[in-house]
Write a protein that binds this ligand. Structure first.
Ligand code: FRU
Length: 492
């Protein structure tokens, strides 16, 4: 397909009636389809949206373009869950069907107000000259699951001095006030986050720029999210064009965070912020959405994919997935990300793993079916390599290099299957504490690998597109290992 702008923005109902069904059939033949990750039925998935708990269920939406693996005119697709691991499809929920969102129902968030789930999103519009207009919009879902969009924008235009690169409202309540944080760009093309607040969502007022660092954020900030972990503010966001001197990153755009001491609402400041850090040390995490759940947890979910990059599954009619749901925690003022405890509900047949590492790669597991969780512990002086998604001759695998002596983990997808995004590097390295025992927790699902290091001190996420049958697991090195392997069941 030649994805011209005209085609990408063609309304869904102008496509041939059978088109999407045929596309879905192609997609269903893809061997990279996953078993327990949220993935698009056809076409492209990007940011998670509206992550919330409402009416006795978890709700999650995502940016969807169902007609192909490209960024076309976006809708919100809706999934619900009782346990954060089994997600039921509810179909497209917010469609680009009005003048304020004709070119895309862009990202946003959700909040429960009385007996409704209020969704805030950005209406993306292109005028005759293809100039962008952005409107911050609202929709309300009732307990029957019916969604009604407000006819008029919540915020009809960016404030004076800012461009229409103005999107991704995060709505939350803090000290009895409703807040909206929105990704923005100044007329001088600097990335900012703008804050609005009010007694109700109807009476929001522009407050100014949120202060959370004293350096430039690049040309645009997308997907701001402020959550509180026992009062402590943790701020997640995606600065585009961030200077690599500030935070080193290899992906086209990073997904970063800071931890602050306090949210000073008078001064609109996150006080005493830490330096910006990468939320994920891997290749593919972006647009993470987090919210404070009613049970007190701060939960997050990410888009596993990055903007402007082609992926091998594009050829099979689909692109990207969401991460497993993680809980955000703070220990000694450091952010930890762990799989939610519910993730264990997927565990099936268990195998104990233990042994000494040898200089030749030895098999940990044959025929993993690339659908498993594994936890491995290494004593403080271990060095070695784990081969994931390995083929028979070990010519292809995802290599996880670990060196506890020198405090280093490296993920290498150079030879892990169909190559892509090579211009952004095919390895990612992470520093860990030297001469300390190491725990690796790995979630593997067909074409994605999520690695949690030392109880989630760091996370390394990678998409990869292995050859047929490349599902062995091998290990080599010096030292020893002990741990668990579980086959995981499919999402129900
Ligand atoms: C981030 C993003 C958002 C926007 C959405 C459009 O990936 O560019 O800023 O709302 O995707 O799909």
């Amino acid at each position: 397909k030649n994805w011209t702008d005209a085609l990408r923005y063609q309304p869904y109902d102008q496509w041939d009636k059978n088109y999407q069904q045929l596309l879905t059939e192609t997609v269903n033949h893809s061997r990279w389809r996953q078993h327990y990750h949220i993935q698009p039925e056809s076409g492209l998935l990007n940011d998670p949206n509206g992550f919330s708990y409402f009416n006795g269920q978890w709700h999650l939406f995502y940016q969807a373009y169902p007609m192909g693996p490209v960024h076309g005119v976006k809708s919100w697709y809706h999934v619900t869950s009782n346990n954060l691991v089994d997600w039921q499809s509810k179909g497209l929920a917010l469609l680009p069907d009005m003048a304020y969102d004709s070119h895309g129902v862009y990202s946003g968030s959700g909040i429960v107000v009385d007996d409704e789930l209020i969704l805030t999103y950005t209406g993306n519009v292109r005028d005759q000259n293809w100039q962008r207009k952005s409107y911050q919009m609202l929709a309300a879902m009732n307990t029957q699951g019916e969604i009604i969009k407000a006819e008029e924008p919540l915020i009809p235009a960016p404030p004076k001095g800012y461009t229409h690169e103005f999107r991704d409202p995060q709505v939350f309540k803090y000290q009895d006030q409703y807040w909206l944080l929105i990704g923005a760009q100044t007329d001088e093309l600097e990335g900012k986050v703008l804050a609005y607040s009010g007694d109700s969502l109807e009476s929001l007022e522009f407050r100014g720029e949120l202060r959370f660092a004293d350096h430039s954020m690049g040309f645009m900030v997308e997907c701001p999210n402020l959550v509180f972990i026992e009062e402590t503010p943790v701020f997640l966001f995606c600065p585009q064009g961030l200077d690599k001197e500030i935070t080193d990153y290899q992906n086209i755009y990073p997904n970063t965070y800071i931890v602050a001491e306090n949210f000073d609402t008078d001064k609109l400041t996150l006080t005493q912020p830490t330096a910006l850090k990468n939320l994920d040390e891997g290749f593919d995490v972006y647009a993470t959405q987090a919210f404070n759940a009613p049970d007190g947890r701060a939960l997050s979910v990410s888009w596993i994919g990055v903007p402007e990059i082609a992926y091998p599954s594009d050829h099979e009619g689909w692109a990207h997935c969401l991460s497993i749901v993680k809980e955000l925690k703070l220990k000694n003022e450091k952010l930890y990300q762990t799989p939610v405890k519910e993730q264990a509900e997927l565990r099936q047949e268990h195998t104990l793993l233990t042994g000494d590492l040898t200089s030749q790669p030895t098999t940990l597991m044959e025929e993993t079916n690339n659908c498993y969780e594994m936890i491995l512990e290494f004593p403080a002086d271990s060095q070695g390599k784990l081969h994931v998604f390995a083929d028979q001759k070990l010519t292809h695998s995802l290599v996880i290099d670990f060196d506890t002596k020198n405090g280093m983990i490296k993920m290498d997808r150079t030879n892990a299957g169909s190559p892509f995004a090579q211009e952004y590097g095919t390895t990612r390295s992470v520093s860990i504490e030297k001469n300390q025992p190491l725990t690796l927790q790995l979630f593997v699902d067909q074409s994605v690998c999520e690695l949690f290091i030392n109880e989630g001190q760091q996370v390394v996420t990678a998409r990869l597109f292995p050859d047929e049958g490349a599902d062995r697991l091998l290990i080599e090195g010096t030292g020893s290992y002990a741990g668990d392997f579980w086959r995981l069941r499919k999402m129900k």
